[in-house]
Design a protein around this ligand. Structure first.
Ligand SMILES: Cc1ncc(C[n+]2csc(CCOP(=O)(O)OP(=O)(O)O)c2C)c(N)n1
Ligand SMILES: [Mg+2]
Length: 916
């Protein structure tokens, strides 16, 4: 075989990397002959055994042989290396049965109460032991004000987590019965939603893939906090529970190499390998555990497989020929799923049957015993051994791949069936089977089963189960999940001086709002008290945004410091990394950056240490690219600032279709707790950010309003930045925060009136149009800066709703936008560098004829001037729009409009830009 000119079978070279010459061909052939002899006389299994032994020894001798990426389909920790299990297995099994039962009862009862309300039985049934070993022995809570561990629960396993909280007395029967019925105030959420259960859930996980990536960056953020000496996080682990089907999501596996690169030994993933997802098998024709093992080992993780339960140990002991091992290795998941639903007879014939040596291994077992040979993920001791090893592993993250059965113990109609994921109702017979499988005849006697609703089991004081359960919780510092951690480190707002530079304007010098923001960020980071809480996050665009000026001053975070001398070391702005670096320069990952934002933006709740993320990104690659992560951050009650830089479909020149954003503000408007701003001037940026910080952490902000994300678009067009208008400071500040303020009065003289609303850099077109309208067309326009249509819309919706519900006129309200635009007559035209739908958000409350000009359509590369003409948002189009509107009301002749069109050379018959 020849690849790239290298001869792979050349006997003079080693076959592996094909680089070393063979210095002793005689010795080489002796080794090879021995191997061939083993294969001939004892078979391939024996040969594999010997090779594994050689590799293991080579490893011990630090020969540096390449790591194999997969191991046989058996437990990573052999029986003889299992630690002593410190718990009371019997009592733990009873408790686990109660929780399993209550979880099922809850779903069944809720669906009786509200048919079709849904819920999941099968996911938790497969993962009960995975969680319970954690709860009883590993997960640390928050008692005594400590942050404890950060545990990400698989979203669909929520019923089991509620069932445990019920047993603890943290949730009551009414809440369980109102599972998924949240509106009345007595219910509990379908899945982990901190937004809706702010004292309970911490990490939203149910959108597959987001829990995994968020957990990686959470673990990395803990290291960051420690390395920066902001918070000692060394006692906290991050646990993340994931479905095997969920690993298909690119977010799940896309960042795993970061975890090993950063040495995140505080991170443990548990993948519930029940071999099924929603529709059917995860890898019917393959083996998900083997596949994941290879992926994680390749990425440098510590991989612990928990495939078989203890009863298999004895069988493996008898497997002198390696036939059982071979069968395990070669049986694919679709077939394993089949064994989960078949009886012992079938298993004996199909799995153990074909080879007499294999059949002999299980000849002493009854069919029933064969059927009940458990999988590792249901075996407490095996799991305990894996978790213990994981918590003791140093230098790298651990993933535990635990094999389970989906719907385990739920009986033959549910267990392992392809439809199991969606089963949410159980008949009395099915409940009876479950009860018997869990040995709960005493707790749930027949007469209770016959009642209309299956009963819940509670723990009675004085029983061994009760005492054990609570003693374990106490020993591990309290219950989980639980949110938030009490404030451990106060945050002081920055000195108002930090804003002065932006408020003063740039004089004659031209600047962009992006530069304004960067200056402000630097000033915030320099603030003696607030500064350390600033977390700048950027995905490989710092230079684009002029942030390289911060590299030297506050350094880029690097867990190992800077081990090389940077190429630009002699420059003032050299690329400086440091263990205590403040900037999270994430590389090219908007998803990862967003996960960092979430970790930093929830530190106030997860660790009681408020941190303030400022995540600046290419605006096109924000809401559009990672919108679901932003949604999850809002669910997690994150606080912080998102900065969509290089915004605007015509302001960003030369980049074209995939880069020019004209809709992120619209997308931002869909997230309830995102405040979306489109500032035109640096002083607006300062005023809005100051208001944002005060809302998040100021003394006067109501608690329920604090968990908010500010999104600001930033542009790279430079112009002299005006100062905060003198004499009108308060009015302008208030208006900029509330969404609009009058930027300039209408000029005196003209006989007709109109208003232009502008946002972002389009203020320039507005000013030019105003001048032309006054000089040439006898129209006086006042100009307004609209900083947030979202804000205005929400105010108007609230006013409208109030009036609708108070027909007698009590407290009648006028929307702010109506009120502010009421003192001038004539049409209103809005212009921005975004789709028309952005200003259209307030259309029905303007109270005057309203037109919006926007940049609908795909962007394209060209100059600003050309693009603005193409998208019809420049001064000439503004002039025509104002005149056309005046014409519609009879105040201007059609010929005047036509004249304006003609004088500006506008092609009236060109197809609209969004169709071109
Ligand atoms: C992003 C996303 N896509 C689809 C779904 C719908 N969904 C919910 S559970 C599920 C299957 C989960 O399978 P797996 O991860 O193996 O979990 P299991 O229940 O088997 O433990 C799917 C597709 C979702 N919640 N999120
Ligand atoms: Mg699954």
């Amino acid at each position: 075989m020849v690849i790239d000119g290298l001869h792979f079978d050349d006997p003079r070279h080693d076959g592996y990397v094909n680089q070393l010459p063979d210095i002793d061909p005689g010795e080489t052939s002796e080794w090879l002959d021995s191997l061939e002899a083993v294969v001939d006389t004892h078979g391939k299994t024996r040969a594999r055994y010997l090779i594994s032994k050689l590799l293991a020894r080579a490893n011990e001798l630090q020969v540096g042989s390449p790591a194999a990426i997969s191991t046989p389909y058996i437990n990573t920790i052999p029986a003889e290396r299992e630690p002593w299990f410190p718990g009371d297995e019997h009592v733990e099994r009873r408790i686990r049965s109660y929780i399993r039962w209550n979880a099922a009862a809850m779903v069944v009862r809720a669906n009786k109460k509200a048919d079709g309300i849904g819920g999941h039985l099968a996911t938790f049934a497969s993962s009960a032991a995975l969680y319970e070993v954690g709860f009883n022995h590993f997960f640390r809570g928050k008692a005594n004000g400590t942050p404890g561990d950060h545990v990400y629960f698989q979203g669909h396993a929520a019923p089991g987590i509620y069932a445990r909280a019920f047993l603890e007395g943290r949730l009551d029967e009414t809440q369980l019965d109102n599972f998924r019925m949240e509106v009345g105030g007595e219910g509990i959420s379908s899945y982990p939603h901190p937004r809706l259960m702010p004292d309970f859930w911490e990490y939203p996980t149910v959108s597959m893939g987001l829990g995994p990536i968020n957990s990686i960056y959470q673990a990395r953020f803990l290291k960051y906090l420690t390395n920066r000496r902001v918070d000692d996080t060394t006692a906290s682990k991050v646990w993340c529970f994931i479905g095997d089907g969920e690993t298909d999501e690119p977010e799940s596996l896309g960042s795993i190499s970061l975890a090993s690169r950063e040495g995140l030994d505080n991170l443990i993933w548990v993948v519930n390998c029940n071999l099924q997802r929603l529709d059917g098998p995860v890898r019917g024709n393959g083996k998900i555990i083997q596949e994941l093992e290879a992926v994680f080992r390749g990425a440098g993780w510590n991989v612990i497989k928990v495939v078989w339960g203890s009863k298999w140990d004895e069988l493996l002991q008898r497997d002198v020929d390696g036939v059982l091992l071979n069968k395990m290795n070669t049986t694919i998941d679709g077939q394993f799923q089949r064994y989960a639903v078949e009886d012992g007879d079938y298993i004996r014939d199909d799995f153990f049957g074909p080879d007499p040596r294999l059949r002999k291994i299980v000849e002493h077992l009854s069919d029933e015993e064969l059927r009940n040979l458990p999988r590792g993920g249901h075996d407490y001791k095996k799991l305990y051994a894996a978790y213990k090893a994981a918590t003791e592993s140093t230098g790298r993250p651990t993933v535990i791949l635990a094999k389970t059965i989906k719907g385990w113990t739920l009986g033959p109609d549910v267990e392992g069936r392809n439809a199991t994921h969606q089963i949410k109702k159980m008949t009395k017979d099915q409940l009876r089977t479950l009860r018997d499988r869990l040995y709960l005849q005493e707790e749930v006697p027949d007469e209770d089963l016959d009642a209309d609703l299956p009963p819940y089991i509670t723990l009675h004081q004085g029983t061994p189960e009760h005492d054990y359960f609570h003693s374990r919780i106490k020993a591990l510092d309290g219950s989980l999940p639980s949110r938030p951690v009490p404030l451990r480190k106060k945050i002081a707002l920055p000195d108002p001086k930090v804003y002065e530079e932006l408020l003063a304007g740039s004089g004659k010098q031209e600047a962009a709002t992006t530069m304004g923001f960067t200056r402000l960020l630097r000033n915030l980071a320099r603030d003696p008290e607030f500064g350390e809480r600033v977390v700048p996050i950027v995905p490989d665009e710092a230079r684009t945004f002029g942030m390289d000026s911060l590299f030297r001053e506050i350094k880029i975070y690097a867990s190992r410091g800077q081990l090389y001398e940077p190429v630009d070391h002699e420059l003032l702005l050299s690329y400086t990394e440091g263990k205590d670096g403040q900037i999270l320069e994430e590389g090219i990952t908007e998803a990862g950056s967003m996960a960092s934002f979430t970790a930093a933006g929830t530190a106030h709740a997860n660790r009681g240490v408020p941190m303030v993320p400022f995540y600046i990104f290419y605006s096109m690659f924000g809401f559009q690219r990672v919108g679901d992560l932003i949604w999850a951050a809002a669910d997690a009650r994150a606080r912080g600032f998102l900065l969509g830089a290089t915004a605007g479909r015509t302001t960003l020149t030369g980049e074209g279709l995939q880069h020019q954003d004209g809709h992120s503000l619209l997308l931002a408007s869909t997230v309830p707790t995102v405040e979306a701003y489109d500032p035109a001037f640096a002083y607006e940026v300062a005023v809005i950010m100051q208001a944002g910080l005060e809302r998040m952490y100021g003394p006067d902000s109501p608690d329920e309003a604090r968990d908010v994300i500010y999104y600001l678009t930033l542009y790279n067009e430079t112009y002299p930045m005006p100062a905060l208008p003198e004499g009108r400071e308060d009015e302008v500040r208030q208006g900029a925060v509330e969404g609009m303020y009058r930027y300039a009065d209408a000029p005196e003289g003209p006989s007709k009136q109109a208003t232009i609303l502008f946002s972002g850099p389009m203020w320039q077109a507005a000013v030019a149009a105003r001048d032309e309208l006054a000089e040439r067309w006898d129209v006086a326009c006042d100009l307004w800066s609209v900083t947030s249509y979202k804000r205005l819309r929400e105010d108007a919706l609230a006013a409208e709703r109030h009036n609708r519900l108070h027909p007698d006129g009590t407290g009648a309200r006028t929307p702010m936008v109506t009120e502010r635009l009421a003192d001038v007559d004539g049409p209103v035209v809005a212009v921005g560098d975004n789709m028309c739908a952005v200003p259209d958000q307030v259309a029905r409350w303007v109270g005057r004829p309203y037109t919006s000009l926007g940049t609908d359509g795909f962007g394209r590369s060209d100059t600003r001037e050309a693009l603005r003409s193409f998208f019809e948002v420049d001064a000439p189009h503004l002039v025509v729009s104002v005149l056309a509107s005046l014409c519609a009301s009879g105040d201007v002749e059609p010929s005047t409009v036509a004249e304006a069109i003609e004088s500006h050379g506008i092609d009236a018959d060109a197809a609209p830009p969004w169709t071109r």
